[in-house]
Design a protein. Structure first.
Length: 486
């Protein structure tokens, strides 16, 4: 546990404080009430007295500071005390902001008397202010104005929403991001006649690649206008630099969006690099929601598309794309769009496949390959610089994310998976009709996806019948394919 003693508080405060014999800092009672409110907010959020006192002591030490420094220090103290819930932390920071504002107003107010003992006794007699009762914000549905979805990439990525691009390493996620940035900065058509890109500026947070030898060459290869791409590397605080954190630095991102202007796309590559060291447990849905909820609010507020790159988890036996993303399904739940990139065993191409899209129609998969082109020369060696870029296929591909992932994991082509499912159905229905529920259970046991099973059913001409009101559906082979029992 981290604490700030009153002696340390005195040291931090310099000569702005007077101290009584018991080392208690003497403040106006109104300032103390602000600290009490801060304490109660923390206590309600965490219910841990030790952490509560640590952050309160920190607030006492920070009283002489201006609001930005105080809020930054208070946030870091909360994280150091183990407060991982960003929602709770936001409440604590807001209390700190009110405290800082109150402190500044009290400094400018005329002081009534200067008796230390009198002020001390008055301070000790101050009672904790009553908490303001909580209420629910609500409004009749009829008061809301209906609005259509505005798209960055029509029917794939919407403005004002969070989207994810997920997959294993070395599948081209970063190259697809470079392509999207190029479209954002120059406009033009999306592949397969999917409409026009919304044009504007881009903010890029990237933690895995070097701007000089990787990021910028790829942007140039994709055709981006690099003047309209702002690459965010670190957060600077005085002489110190640190990683940007989605937990505590969203206010800085909002400021950068406003400063750059005309931003239509923010890219976070990868999201896991910006969750803060030890700040968020990615296995806990509550932690993930606490981080992503403010991020989605920012996207809606600024009417921009936020697209984050995420890696698949190590659960190689899981073929459901939404369950394979990172360590918690909360990432996919918070996003409105999620796409996965996989290898296609039927060819040397790769697939960009929908795993989730809450706002648009089901869009067929896109295929792509990776090519390379010259983009410039090294200023020192004068050697040519070449960079990879995405080349999209001319036609949509009719495949689900589960089918594509199963094909990639097993090395069996999609047509091969359907052949396996057709043989499974022919064998299991050879002796007559069976309830659909039993067939589904057996298909799950044989790792056959719903989509593959449905396509196999259609190709075999399997007949589905409902025998009664209470009875479920049964499947049976067409009459010419039934095999007589021995």
């Amino acid at each position: 546990m981290i604490t700030v003693s009153r002696r340390a508080a005195q040291s931090n405060a310099g000569k702005h404080h007077e101290f009584a014999d018991d080392d208690r800092p003497l403040r106006d009672p109104a300032v103390d009430r602000a600290f009490v409110a801060l304490t109660e907010a923390l206590q309600a959020a965490d219910n841990d007295f030790a952490k509560m006192m640590a952050v309160r002591n920190c607030a006492e030490a920070l009283e002489p500071l201006g609001a930005p420094d105080a809020i930054t220090e208070l946030t870091e103290m909360g994280h150091a005390c183990g407060i991982q819930d960003p929602v709770a932390m936001a409440g604590i920071v807001e209390q700190g902001l009110e405290q800082a504002r109150l402190k500044r107003s009290l400094k400018s107010a005329p002081q009534q008397g200067n008796g230390i003992r009198q002020r001390q006794e008055g301070l000790r007699g101050v009672a904790s202010p009553p908490l303001v009762p909580a209420t629910l914000d609500s409004a009749a549905a009829s008061t809301f104005e209906m609005r259509g979805i505005k798209w960055f990439w029509p029917n794939r990525f919407a403005l004002g929403k969070l989207g994810l691009i997920c997959g294993l390493p070395d599948r081209g996620k970063g190259l697809i991001i470079s392509y999207m940035i190029a479209k954002a900065t120059t406009g033009g058509d999306w592949p397969c006649n999917e409409g026009n890109a919304t044009q504007g500026k881009v903010l890029l947070l990237t933690a895995e690649d070097d701007p000089g030898d990787t990021i910028v060459p790829r942007l140039v290869a994709a055709g981006a206008d690099c003047k309209h791409v702002e690459i965010i590397s670190m957060v600077r605080q005085g002489e110190n630099r640190r990683m940007f954190s989605l937990v505590s630095d969203l206010a800085l991102l909002r400021q950068k969006i406003d400063a750059v202007g005309d931003v239509v796309l923010v890219v976070i590559d990868p999201m896991s690099a910006y969750l803060g060291v030890g700040k968020v447990d990615s296995y806990r849905a509550a932690d993930v929601r606490g981080v992503l909820s403010p991020l989605t609010d920012l996207a809606a507020e600024k009417k921009i598309a936020i697209v984050a790159v995420m890696h698949f988890s190590k659960k190689a036996d899981v073929s459901n794309a939404m369950l394979r993303v990172s360590d918690s399904i909360a990432f996919v739940a918070a996003a409105r769009h999620c796409y996965v990139v996989v290898d296609d065993p039927e060819s040397k191409r790769r697939l960009f496949v929908k795993a989730k899209n809450n706002l648009g129609p089901d869009m067929a998969a896109l295929s792509y390959t990776i090519d390379i082109r010259p983009v410039g020369a090294d200023p020192e060696t004068h050697d040519a610089i070449a960079a990879p870029y995405v080349v999209w296929g001319d036609e949509h591909i009719n495949v689900t994310a589960t089918e594509a992932m199963q094909a990639e994991d097993t090395g069996v082509s999609r047509s091969g998976l359907r052949d396996i499912a057709k043989k499974f159905l022919a064998d299991i229905l050879a002796l007559g009709p069976l309830p659909k529920t039993e067939i589904k259970e057996a298909a799950d046991a044989n790792l056959i996806s719903n989509a593959t099973l449905r396509r196999a059913k259609d190709e075999l001409g399997v007949i589905a019948k409902k025998t009664g009101v209470k009875e479920g559906w049964t499947w049976q082979l067409p009459a010419q394919k039934l095999q007589p029992a021995d």
